[in-house]
Write a protein that binds this ligand. Structure first.
Ligand SMILES: Nc1ncnc2c1ncn2[C@@H]1O[C@H](COP(=O)(O)OP(=O)(O)O)[C@@H](O)[C@H]1O
Ligand SMILES: [Mg+2]
Length: 239
């Protein structure tokens, strides 16, 4: 609430008072639609569920997210996690992203595009300090027309407040966990990227991530919330 008040005071500087003005509408929308659905969520939970509708069911906040494994008419699109794909039983088993590259090369519907996308996601995870990248947080959807697997849309991407930048899943079977830019760059060829392509992807992702503060502020974060997350994003501001 304090965050909202501060943000509203800031908006007041640029918007005029009066009926049917944006300022008045902001107040109405927040009072009628936003506050009743957010209730007692913390700022961290609000950000986590921002792209979804939040419903409070039996006192518990529930994020309602559009499923990617259903067709528009409700049919099922087959989905398997990377853990299932690699026949890994638990979270503790050690596997590498290059094993997923092999899966895509063997049974992908559009392997090179998805392998490039996979590397892009590794860069993103590294730059936002998303270290919860276990094998159940990557998945594949079956493309029946092409008779092959596609990387599913990304999900469960959370910056960790801190700077312990270490992936859960290994990069290659030789290198171990991802903990540096150099390591990702050195492995780019496994992901069918030459140095220039890898650098281009890196720059794009870094540029997008460097705008994190504006996005966070837009979501109502400020003060210590921003400070807590600063170390997670700090890498993205260095070239
Ligand atoms: N948009 C989605 N459509 C279909 N299945 C999803 C979607 N998002 C996540 N899932 C599935 O639900 C599981 C749990 O979601 P996730 O976002 O990883 O939450 P959690 O924080 O509980 O791990 C995922 O491992 C994935 O299998
Ligand atoms: Mg998950």
């Amino acid at each position: 609430m304090a965050v909202y008040e501060q943000w509203l005071a800031h908006r007041r500087l640029s918007l005029e008072e009066g009926r049917q003005t944006s300022l008045e509408q902001i107040g109405r929308v927040f009072k009628k639609d936003v506050f009743p659905s957010l209730r007692h969520l913390t700022i961290y939970e609000i950000i986590r569920v921002a792209p979804a509708r939040v419903e409070v069911i039996g006192g518990t906040a529930v994020a309602v997210i559009r499923r990617f494994d259903r067709t528009d008419d409700g049919g099922r699109i087959p989905y398997v996690s990377a853990a299932t794909m690699l026949q890994s039983g638990g979270r503790d088993a050690t596997h590498a992203y290059t094993e997923l590259v092999d899966v895509l090369l063997q049974s992908g519907a559009d392997p090179i595009a998805d392998i490039h996308e996979l590397w892009r996601r590794l860069v993103f995870n590294f730059l936002v300090c998303n270290t919860d990248d276990h094998l159940r947080n990557t998945g594949f959807l079956y493309d029946a027309r092409q008779r092959g697997w596609r990387l599913s849309p990304a999900f469960d991407l959370n910056p960790m407040p801190g700077d312990r930048r270490e992936s859960k899943t290994w990069l290659t079977e030789d290198t171990g966990v991802i903990d540096s830019r150099d390591m990702l760059m050195a492995a780019a060829s496994y992901f069918r990227l030459d140095a220039a392509q890898a650098q281009a992807i890196w720059s794009e992702v870094a540029q997008a991530v460097a705008g994190w503060r504006a996005v966070a502020r837009g979501l109502g974060m400020c003060g210590t919330d921003l400070l807590d997350f600063e170390p997670a994003f700090v890498e993205s501001t260095t070239p």
